[in-house]
Design a protein around this ligand. Structure first.
Ligand code: C2E
Ligand code: MG
Ligand code: MG
Length: 721
């Protein structure tokens, strides 16, 4: 005999998670026992029964959940009749209720069934398999309902999720007809769900490939291969979607087949998203990566690409092409004196004109700095290239208006041609570069075609440059000194320090051979510092050995002069060696003064204030202008040897020299004649009142020990008339 609350059957069936019990609400213990027995008589199917005797405890139990079916006797101590059912039904309409009725109260039970009970049984029927069958049905139905509900919920959540994401998703059936599309898919295609459903996917997801505007459903290669087997698991492609309004949009789409449990294809899911912004960004990125930001011209990377393409085309068509290196002459000077902003604008102006000079099929590129390169892709004859080169020289020579200034520039052009100068891009670039160097050497403002001998010279230069890097460290420099004489008294007025490089293999290398290289690769700064220190140290040593004070002249390159630490470097050397500033003369070429920058004036002022004297070297070879002779605090003019050497040959030069001597005298500047080689020249200079002279006739540049001997003598006998 069971007792209320009993949960076991005769052979308790293990309760699994999620298993629900059968709640028996029955006041009569005998009936309850019978029902227990009925529900557990079959060993293969035993129900977990919980028994209560009152409606109130039944309702309470029901509310706790976990009840899969209720067996309710309508006659209970605290409730009676169909009312009992109503109350219980109210507590949870979702749990199926089987009503038990007395045999004579079937009408009541029928009413209950009418109001929602699952079924009813007369108590005397409630034994055996009948009851078990009904309870089983109740529980099974409830389980099925729960599963359906869960599925509906899951579906709903999936739809909400799909509508909430940024990815557009649509689904098709086996025929490729749309069965679903989410909100983003509606937005990107322009089709609303209602209209899209059932349509072929190619109508809704109209794709074009690349630049072609034809719509093709085939782009959706989609979905179903003929036999439904060969579809890839998923494929991702970038393409262009034509929206319902005709607007095109870059998308990236992934097509994934849907298969049923047996692996049979039933449709597909197409997911896609807008990549137009990302595409625009990546196009911009690749444009930036391939173009020079200052001029907008193709950069080296893109140029190389185009050159390679042009070479393969020329090879196939048996044609020629040309590469031209175009390098601005003296661009650094403009940049240094007028500032980078002006330099940049000048480069832009040059870029524009270069583009105008060539055909649309040609490529103009900026490799960096003031280096441009032009690819002429259609060349019939070498002369075509020469014509283009001359056109470029002419076009770029016209003044460039920049910031209210008209800038005059020239360029040096080096040309190489395919196939004669090389089979590939690298070769052609190298050779055009070599030819460009040659153009520079030929005095700039010209073009040169590559020749084999240029390369030899370039290689030589390159090896010299490589050796130069080690020369200071290996102590390979030394100074020679060339005295300057008072042309009236024959006395030595000072010496000029001239650097020499004792190359381990080449022997003595003249400054003309390595100073320009040192200037180009920046080595001039340490070399110049060494020369200054060594010259001052030598002068100090002579003075210490009782030779008296010897003023020393040191040559300064534009690059050194423009260095921000130049003035402080000079000061440091003077302090370190104890040489008086007035005994140091710095020789500057006119090109230094031509820079005409404020910094030049400032540096000259600072040197002057320090007490150092300043001379213009090679006077007369640059654009000597009276303006800067007056403007700059210069102490001496060194007349270039080219004039001096002609004075006795060319009456014109004689006039110029005598005029220059007079200018110097009237500006209160010492005039020193360079390159005096003959007594006739000396006599001319003396008779025209030139104060000082220097040259082989008077003394060659000599090593320090020999110079000491000359200084000891102090005077050049026979010089004075
Ligand atoms: P510069 O300053 O005009 O020096 C005079 C050059 O003329 C020297 O050549 C000298 O040897 C040479 N010379 C002297 N007398 C005569 C003559 O009667 N006839 C001829 N034909 N030549 C004569 P060098 O030593 O080869 O120097 C050449 C140039 O190299 C110098 O011209 C100067 O501009 C530069 N240089 C030399 N040493 C230095 C240096 O330490 N630093 C810098 N920045 N430049 C230097
Ligand atoms: Mg000099
Ligand atoms: Mg000179």
């Amino acid at each position: 005999m069971p007792s209320p609350g009993l949960r076991t059957a005769k052979r308790p069936r293990k309760k699994k998670d999620g298993d629900e019990c059968v709640l028996l609400i029955e006041a009569d213990a005998d009936v309850a026992a019978e029902i227990f027995a009925a529900l557990n008589s079959a060993t293969e199917e035993q129900f977990h029964v919980e028994w209560v005797t009152e409606l109130s405890s039944g309702i309470e139990r029901l509310r706790k959940g976990g009840v899969g079916a209720v067996v309710l006797d309508l006659t209970l101590p605290d409730s009676h009749g169909v009312e009992s059912f109503d109350k219980l039904f109210q507590a949870s309409a979702r749990v199926p209720i089987l009503v038990l009725s007395e045999a004579d109260a079937e009408e009541m039970a029928r009413q209950a069934a009418h109001r929602g009970a699952h079924d009813y049984l007369a108590k005397n029927q409630s034994v055996g398999y009948r009851l078990r069958g009904v309870v089983r049905t109740m529980i099974e139905r409830r389980t099925a309902e729960a599963a359906v509900k869960a599925l509906v919920l899951q579906n709903e959540v999936a739809k909400l999720t799909l509508d909430a994401i940024e990815e557009a998703v649509l689904r098709t059936d086996i025929n490729g007809d749309i069965t679903y599309l989410n909100r983003m898919a509606e937005r990107l295609t322009g089709w609303c769900r209602r209209e899209a459903l059932g349509r072929p996917i190619a109508n809704v997801l109209r794709i074009t490939k690349g630049d072609s505007t034809s719509t093709n459903g085939e782009a959706l290669d989609i979905l179903i291969s003929e036999d439904g087997t060969a579809m890839p698991a998923a494929n991702c492609t970038t393409c262009v979607l034509v929206g319902r309004d005709g607007v095109e949009l870059g998308i990236e789409k992934t097509v994934t087949p849907i298969r049923d449990q047996d692996g049979v294809l039933t449709g597909s899911v197409v997911a896609f998203h807008d990549v137009s912004a990302a595409r625009a960004q990546s196009l911009e990125m690749s444009r930036l990566a391939q173009h020079d930001s200052l001029t907008g011209l193709p950069n080296r990377v893109l140029f190389n690409d185009r050159l390679k393409q042009a070479i393969s085309l020329a090879m196939r068509q048996d044609k020629q092409l040309a590469v031209m290196f175009v390098d601005l002459d003296q661009f650094k000077k403009i940049n240094d004196s007028l500032g980078h902003a002006v330099g940049d604008k000048l480069l832009q102006s040059v870029a524009g004109r270069l583009v105008d000079c060539v055909r649309r099929t040609d490529t103009v590129s900026r490799l960096g700095g003031d280096e441009f390169v032009v690819l002429l892709s259609q060349v019939e004859h070498e002369e075509d290239v020469a014509v283009s080169a001359r056109k470029i020289l002419r076009t770029l020579a016209a003044p460039h208006p920049v910031d209210n200034k008209n800038l005059d520039i020239s360029v040096s052009i080096g040309v190489s041609t395919y196939p004669s100068d090389g089979p590939d891009a690298e070769n052609l670039m190298d050779k055009a570069d070599t030819a460009m160097y040659e153009a520079k050497k030929q005095g700039r403002n010209n073009y040169q075609f590559f020749r084999r001998d240029m390369q030899v010279r370039l290689l030589d230069r390159q090896s010299l440059e490589a050796d130069l890097r080690y020369a200071l460290g290996r102590n390979e420099f030394l100074l020679h000194y060339q005295p300057k004489f008072n042309l009236q008294t024959g006395q030595i007025t000072g010496v000029e320090a001239l650097v020499r490089w004792v190359h381990p293999r080449r022997g003595l290398v003249a400054p003309a051979q390595f100073i320009p290289i040192a200037e180009e690769c920046g080595l001039i700064l340490p070399i110049g510092r060494w020369v200054l220190l060594e010259a001052c140290r030598q002068v100090r040593a002579w003075s210490d050995s009782g030779l008296g004070i010897v003023p020393v002249a040191v040559n300064v390159s534009a690059a050194e002069f423009g260095d921000k630490d130049f003035v402080s470097g000079v000061r440091a050397v003077l302090i370190a060696t104890g040489v008086e500033p007035r005994n140091l003369e710095l020789e500057l070429t006119e090109s230094v003064l031509m820079q005409d920058a404020e910094s030049t004036v400032r540096t000259l002022g600072a040197l002057k204030a320090m007490g150092v004297t300043l001379a213009i070297d090679d006077f007369g070879t640059g654009y000597s202008s009276f303006t800067y002779l007056r403007r700059f605090p210069v102490d001496a003019l060194k007349l270039d040897q080219s004039f001096v050497q002609e004075i006795t040959e060319d009456p014109g030069d004689a006039t110029i020299v005598s005029a220059m001597i007079n200018i110097g005298m009237s500006l209160n500047q010492r005039v020193i004649a360079e390159g005096v080689e003959t007594s006739a020249q000396l006599k001319f200079l003396q008779s025209h009142g030139c104060a000082e002279g220097q040259g082989h006739y008077l003394s060659h540049p000599v090593a320090a020990e020999q110079a000491a001997k000359l200084l000891e003598a102090g005077i050049q006998e026979g010089m004075v008339q």
